[in-house]
Write a protein that binds this ligand. Structure first.
Ligand code: PLP
Length: 386
């Protein structure tokens, strides 16, 4: 098989060998149900406890505030619906941004069927919300502000500290979708005044189908999944033991060396962007060049379609994306690129490359060389290129 160059780490990541090693015994010898009382089951329970400690430590939270879920999507759903329904006597107004992941946007849309009102904050052309607009949007009946930590398409990092302060001052809960930020940015829920935080293992070299929701102690939130007494009686269902163990190890590994990892990635990211812009005319770099995830590159190439670039890159063994994995397959351009003010025809020509610390400069040089040729060929065929 041809060597694969994987540049789609915002979609998902390769499992880390140490993560897999810690998970494997829980598929084999240590298969006990953590709710049972015999010794076999106790190893499962101990594994879950250790994972909860590791997640709590990564966020500067306490173990009682960490709840395991099936991933980022469930965590977002629980945070938003759970706060909305538990606090509806206080009010039915929620503030979010127009560049959230669909796990947030579609959940908010669903709530409108139950009489909730949603304010979608716009973003600047760099993809960042204006905290003054947030302050202006707050009403007496606002119960929740849900703003993502970092965007999955253009990598912009929001002013989370300021948002947390505003929410606290106004006695409103603050939820952040940190699925893309975790492991890339240091997160301290205390310092940042975060009340609820969603995360997912498969973005940080952990397994798919497992995530967590941080819920600050004392937050008034309804449960979404009813049944047994697992997860402190708030999220029922026999635990995904191996997945939880994997998440715990993945978060420990990914948060341990953030500074070193992001230092390397920023250099590689900036080199890639600069080289692409230098070699390929008519390109637009999307998002903020500084307030941006260390591994995110998002560029529009005028006159051509991102999907065609992806197919040709795939032919060369290069995995990339033209938007978020969840929206690819749809003909609509990305809602994020439209929100930063790009016209439809330019938004269609976007390419997202998301790096990992396993990518080398040699790989990047190869990708840039192939990309330059691909864009040139496609443009020669494009009727839009006059
Ligand atoms: N939120 C963001 C910002 C994401 O990027 C993703 C996945 O792409 C999700 C939520 C959903 O996470 P999961 O795939 O674990 O359901």
């Amino acid at each position: 098989m041809k060597k694969i160059i994987y540049l789609d780490n915002a979609a998902t990541t390769e499992i880390h060998p140490d993560v897999l090693n810690e998970m494997l015994p829980f598929f084999k010898k240590m298969y006990g149900n953590p709710s049972s009382i015999y010794s076999l089951a106790k190893s499962s329970k101990r594994g879950i406890n250790l994972a909860r400690e590791r997640v709590a430590k990564a966020l500067n939270a306490s173990t009682k505030e960490i709840y395991f879920t099936s991933g980022g999507t469930e965590s977002d759903n629980w945070a938003i619906k759970g706060i909305a329904f538990a606090n509806e006597k206080k009010g039915k107004h929620i503030i979010t941004s127009c560049i959230e992941h669909h796990a947030v946007l579609h959940t908010c849309e669903y709530l409108t069927k139950y009489g909730f009102e949603i304010t979608y904050l716009p973003v600047s052309e760099k993809g960042i919300i204006d905290v003054k607009e947030l302050e202006r949007a707050i009403r007496k009946d606002t119960t929740l502000v849900s703003i993502m930590f970092a965007n999955n398409e253009i990598g912009t990092i929001q002013p989370i500290k300021e948002i947390g302060e505003i929410a606290k001052k106004n006695n409103i809960y603050f939820h952040t979708d940190a699925v893309q930020a975790i492991g890339n940015v240091s997160i301290d829920v205390e310092k940042l005044n975060i009340d609820l935080l969603s995360l997912s293992a498969h973005k940080i070299n952990g397994p798919k189908g497992i995530g967590a929701l941080y819920i600050r102690e004392g937050v008034n939130i309804s449960s979404m999944i009813h049944g047994g007494m697992q997860e402190f009686g708030r999220r029922a269902g026999t635990e995904n033991v191996a997945g939880i163990i994997g998440l715990g190890k993945a978060i420990e590994l990914s948060t341990n060396d953030i500074t070193r990892k992001t230092g390397y990635l920023k250099e590689l990211r900036d080199y890639t962007i600069d080289e692409i812009v230098k070699r390929i005319p008519d390109t637009i770099v999307n998002g903020d060049r500084v307030k941006r995830l260390a591994n995110n590159i998002n560029i529009c190439f005028k006159y051509i379609e991102g999907e065609s670039i992806l197919l040709m890159l795939d032919h060369e063994g290069i995995c990339a994306s033209s938007g978020s994995a969840c929206t690819s397959g749809s003909l609509e351009p990305s809602h994020v690129l439209l929100a930063i003010g790009l016209p439809h025809e330019i938004a269609h020509g976007s390419l997202r490359l998301t790096l990992s610390k396993n990518n080398s400069k040699e790989e990047i040089d190869y990708v840039i060389e192939r990309l330059t040729a691909i864009v040139k060929n496609l443009r020669e065929l494009s009727p839009l290129n006059k």
